[in-house]
Design a protein around this ligand. Sequence first.
Ligand code: ADP
Ligand code: ZN
Length: 720
Amino acid sequence: MATKKVKEHARKVLKDTFGYDMFRPMQEEIICSLLDGKDAFVLMPTGGGKSLCYQIPSIMRPGTGIVVSPLISLMKDQVDALTRCGVKAEYYNSSLKSAEAKEILAKFEAGELDLLYVAPERLLTKTFLARLEKIEVALFAIDEAHCVSQWGHDFRPEYVRLGELRTVMPDVPMIALTATADEHTREDIAERLALTKAKCFVSSFDRPNIRYLVSEKRQPLTQVLQFLEDWKGASGIIYCLSRKRVEDMAVNLQRHGIRAAAYHAGMPGRTREKVQDDFLRDRINVIVATIAFGMGVDKPNVRFVIHHDLPKSIESYYQETGRAGRDGLESEALLLYGSGDVNLVRRLIENVENLEQRRVEIHKLNSMVALSEALTCRRRVLLGYFSEEREEDCGNCDVCLDPPETYDASDFSQAAVQCVRDAKGDFAIGYIVDILRGSKNARILANKHERLKMHAFNKTINVDEWMAILRQLVHQGYFTQDVSRRGALTISKKGRALLRDNTPVILARYQPGIKRKLKRFSQGRNEALFKKLVEVRDFLAEREEVAPHTLFSDVTLTEMSQINKVTDEALLRLSGMGQHKFDAYAAFFRPVLEQYARDEAAKETGKGQHALKLMAKGSSPTDAQGHTWALYRKGNTLEAIGAALGVSEKTVLNHYIALVRGAYHIDVPSLVEDFETVMEELDDADPYASLSELKKELSIDLSNEMFRLVLAWREAIGVN
Ligand code: ADP
Ligand code: ZN
């Protein structure tokens, strides 16, 4: 078992090397388990912090940690980021020139590396395995482990042989990591990597910082542009179903002055690489892509993902939206949902030859449709799909933020159930709606359904509204829908009970149109300063030829923009600022922070002096203030002046404030108890805070008037 001392050491590495104060859920247990020499199987959502789980043990254990990762571009970024934290890391893949490769292997064999990232096909060559025998291996980490499974969505043949590592080096602990939530794939991974005895760490798959939004698709370009208005200059991905739609959308966005580029499998490899690289380095903001784009994208500050078209399954939707907000900052996922797309995807699925597979895909599509049409918390539906039950609504999806209007739909619901019962057969929603609306189309006449009691139950509400009612009845469990029988409805137990006991049915009112009157996020940061800090970061990244986020995340820069007083301690306290980065880069940010503080202070004193001048020029003291001044000059106390003038002490204090502002000398320090402490506290306080904020923040116990007097005095003598 990892001792207390080991845990302390791990925490020290977390802080000193990576600049983080606390472990995220599960990280510490996983790290300790590897330090104990045990295997681990880690299922954590994107952005959960998987990398640290093997990086820290690799640093702490003797020998080198071998990380298998499927994508070359990812390896480079990871190594760039680690090097900047002072960790000795390299990668070994086909992108290296032979001289570079030799040099790296020499370092590796000399035991100089904490971590080596290796492409799977290189790792499993005879010569490389022979090298491994000779050196000490700290651990094997298999990143994106779902690539070993044919069930997963990213199967890679090179991954299959990774299981061999277990026979070659059975004593080296192995950690496999994936964000795949699907049970079937998980089992397959464990088996193929011989991890059946490994401890399994499953964290919640919720991504609380992603806000899920669904809008009915009407004028997609306008809708996208409107959405982008709120995310000017931010990074985002727009997914479209076809190459043609990708290209059209990219051109349209460019026409509107947005730095966007297209990405799809039909483009030459070189162009694709460039687009991806430009995106990672923030040279373009928006990527419009088919699902071909994403796997290699480890960009932490993707602020939004838009689905212009319906994804084929919740798995795809979840994976694609998951590319937003890896850094934990607020992000949005917008789905434009159109019923036309449902039919389009359905037709694509109908081309699938294998009947079983077709059935599975139809089921997956229907679940996606249900999520899009859900009138309850989207996150609950989403997590529920991955068997993660949740008691509470999330408060961060469109349904929670802008709940649909509900109404008593008992009559409609009973009619619908009765109609399905009387129709007796395999009928889907559309047909039942036709009956209820009194259609006399050929099929209805052939079935003699125009004679049903429920025929023409209500013609006044339109087809869409009726459809919405029936879908909700399915969601709420009054009907089940059989995929293999073209969505035929069957009345459930709950549905039969409805006809018996007249329990009221409350449904959400059908609302066509875009619903997007949600309040925008505010990161609570100083945008002007943040922008300047981003410029510094980009300059440094350009100079070192690395992706900006490998230097500092937006989280670090956001926190930096909120520093009150620029000191070494304040900078070292920032999340993501380890000692190594501090030494290398703090000097570049400091002047910007200090200049900003000076500019702001000048603005404030500018205001202060302006006020002083006004007082000195125009507003000489009122008569009452003049009396106060006269009495004060003669050495009268506050109480005495109040008594002499027949006013309260509060009023006298207000006179004092006006006098101080008018540059009359009132000896404020002698009036305030423990004046030194008060001044010290104010020195450390936010100079732009309001009076009430200051009072809340500080432990100073003064009346409002006394407080204002102190502030006026500070201003008059030129402090803050
Ligand atoms: P994953 O591989 O699971 O998608 P990453 O390992 O890339 O996630 O981590 C996501 C982000 O969270 C990174 O920016 C990382 O530096 C940050 N992070 C990881 N662990 C912590 C922690 N304990 N405290 C603060 N930030 C962390
Ligand atoms: Zn919700």
